[in-house]
Ligand binder design. Structure first.
Ligand code: NDP
Length: 309
């Protein structure tokens, strides 16, 4: 594959201005022209993007997704058209890890109800037995890749006991027990926090549904930084309404933006963030490094890193 021109798609503006990435790439890449603000990609070999457009199939040889999740891309069609897809897995650990412990602290230290009361100018301290500290609480992290490890490192530093779930079941430093997906219900059963950090694939669609909510503690907090459809959202709302779940911190939803009518906006025990758990001002630099690395791989005739298709 030869890459002498790269387009930065407008869709990256959800995370950073396209021009910022264009300038950073243009500064580090001397083997390819880099442009942003383009209508047609016909003249380009590669595109760095967040969205998928069908025209990519005929226009480019290489798509780099600025996200780790690539569930929006049609793998079979890309393969048929000989289009290579790489993702940005590996860059989100610190940002998502910090966001997730932020969610945990918001519940344990009652910051979430505090902020909700503040918006109503209400002085309402928690009941004597509502606040707790994180040390000694059990946290189950479902998915122990970049995100899961980012969470595990930071949560264990705060004294939480960490267990986890991954496909391979292979042990991981700092994680007391690693389960396979077959033992998901055992893994989540005694955990105060259940953190979802898996890719959205057929096997993880509605991974957490009515049965899993029944298996979880009634005071458990569900944290979803993976993808919305990993959770059966209707079952989540039912579990919250029935009081069989303590609360939820959600960065991702079955429909995004979260529709105005969703009951999740109103729920006392729900913290909603707009799919930004991985945001950081360094995001474009991290993507630049990945694209640069792969251009070097291409020049050397080596396999691309983070290749998905
Ligand atoms: P990785 O590929 O590094 O890790 C994925 C992990 O999930 C691995 O540990 C893998 O197991 C595990 N896994 C895969 N399938 C299953 C399954 N069926 N049951 C249990 N575990 C499973 O991905 P990342 O950590 O970089 O990202 C994970 C996902 O998080 C992304 O695909 C994306 O959708 C989402 N994401 C969300 C962000 C946000 O802003 N909210 C930011 C970045 C990512 P094994 O280790 O055995 O292979």
């Amino acid at each position: 594959m030869e890459v002498s021109s790269i387009a930065v798609d407008e869709s990256v503006s959800t995370v950073f201005p396209p021009e910022v990435l264009r300038d950073a790439l243009a500064e580090t890449v001397d083997t390819a022209v880099v442009d942003a603000g383009i209508d047609s990609l016909e003249a380009y070999d590669a595109v760095v993007t967040m969205a998928y457009h069908e025209s990519y199939l005929d226009d480019v040889n290489w798509i780099h997704s600025i996200q780790a999740g690539v569930d929006r891309f049609p793998f079979d069609e890309l393969r048929e058209h000989g289009v290579v897809l790489t993702n940005s897995s590996g860059i989100h650990g610190p940002a998502v890890g910090e966001t997730v412990v932020g969610y945990m602290l918001s519940f344990a230290r009652r910051l979430l109800p505090g902020v909700k009361s503040q918006t109503k100018r209400e002085w309402s301290p928690p009941e004597w037995d509502e606040a707790y500290t994180l040390a000694g609480e059990r946290c189950c992290i479902v998915g122990l890749g970049t995100l899961g490890r980012g969470v595990a490192d930071r949560a264990s530093a705060l004294g939480l006991d960490i267990v986890g779930v991954r496909r391979s079941g292979e042990p991981l430093d700092g994680v007391q027990t690693v389960y396979t997906p077959d033992d998901l219900q055992t893994a989540i059963r005694d955990s105060k926090f259940v953190v979802l950090a898996v890719p959205l694939v057929d096997e993880t669609h509605h991974l957490i549904s009515t049965e899993e909510f029944a298996a979880m503690r009634d005071d458990a907090i569900l944290i979803n930084v993976a993808r919305g459809p990993v959770v059966d959202q209707e079952a989540l709302v039912d579990a919250l309404d029935a009081g069989v779940l303590g609360g939820a911190a959600l960065d991702v939803f079955e429909a995004e933006p979260l529709p105005e009518k969703s009951p999740l906006w109103e729920s006392e025990d729900v913290l909603v963030t707009p799919h930004c758990a991985g945001f950081t001002e360094d995001y474009y630099r991290n993507v630049t490094d990945l694209v640069q690395k792969n251009l070097t791989q291409i020049d050397a005739g080596e396999e691309l890193v983070n290749r998905v298709v």
